[in-house]
Design a protein around this ligand. Structure first.
Ligand SMILES: O=C1C[C@@](O)(C(=O)O)C[C@@H](O)[C@@H]1O
Length: 254
């Protein structure tokens, strides 16, 4: 399994890395949120830019990227515009989605960029090439807020992401019963043992899925999303509690 070194955070090695989302809507609240989050020293910060009220203004996004980087220092930053189709907050045109991601990629202020698998293949290829050119790692993502697909389908989607050049394939699917959670975990352990050479993230959303946010070291998921001020998806747990459990699993599973 490849290990990805992002500002000395080794993704794919040891304990799953803890990613905390920034989801405030306005500049001042976003900066306050950054300050609060920094007290908890997350491994990675995700800016869910689709929450920003001025996301359609590239100048505002660029300025905020600079302010966020100023607050978070050397913590790796993941730039995510989650589309409405996959659980995000705002609808933008395809040309704007590309422009927004390219602005972030070319800013040299972000370390990782989220590219959704369900974009058309040409868009995905273009954005992956641009990220590679500027040395930004690609987290390729897919979400299902309604259900958990079959294990074979989860595996197929993550393998496709690897083939398309993702550095870190990622899937988050909703669980409505324990079988769904087992399906996601079973897909994870098979992805790790048989299919993927790169680190990946696999999450079962919702209350029953919380085990998938904690047991990545056992089943293969290389990172987990945790909350400080706000949740960005159902089932996220506060960072201190996640860290305690990750340490406990790390310690007693050896
Ligand atoms: O894709 C993901 C995972 C997530 O949906 C979760 O379930 O924790 C949270 C999102 O912010 C992130 O972009």
């Amino acid at each position: 399994m490849k290990v990805i070194n992002v500002r000395d955070i080794m993704i794919g090695e040891g304990m799953p890395k803890v990613i905390v989302p920034l989801v405030e809507k306005t500049e001042s609240k976003l900066i306050d949120e950054c300050v609060r989050i920094m007290e908890f020293n997350p491994d990675i910060i995700e800016w869910r830019v689709d929450s920003l009220s001025t996301v359609e203004d590239l100048y505002s996004v660029q300025r905020l990227l600079e302010l966020i980087r100023g607050e978070i220092g050397d913590i790796p930053l993941l730039f995510t515009f989650r589309t409405i189709e996959e659980g995000g907050n705002k609808k933008v045109s395809l040309p704007y989605y590309k422009e927004l991601l390219n602005t972030a990629i070319q800013s040299r202020l972000v370390d990782l960029v989220d590219i959704e698998l369900n974009m058309d293949e040409e868009t995905v290829n273009e954005l992956v090439a641009s990220a590679k050119e500027f040395g930004v790692y690609v987290v390729m993502s897919n979400h299902d807020f309604q259900q958990t697909p079959m294990k074979e389908e989860i595996i197929r989607r993550l393998c496709k992401m690897q083939d398309l050049g993702a550095d870190i394939p990622k899937i988050a699917v909703m669980s409505t019963n324990t079988k769904d959670v087992v399906t996601l975990l079973d897909a994870s352990q098979e992805l790790r043992s048989k299919y993927l050479e790169c680190p990946f993230i696999a999450i079962s959303m919702g209350k029953m899925g919380i085990i998938s946010r904690l047991a990545g070291e056992i089943f293969g998921s290389a990172a987990t999303f945790a909350s400080v001020v706000n949740q960005s998806a159902p089932g996220q747990i506060p960072i201190s509690e996640v860290r305690n459990i990750l340490h406990l699993i790390n310690h007693y599973s050896k």
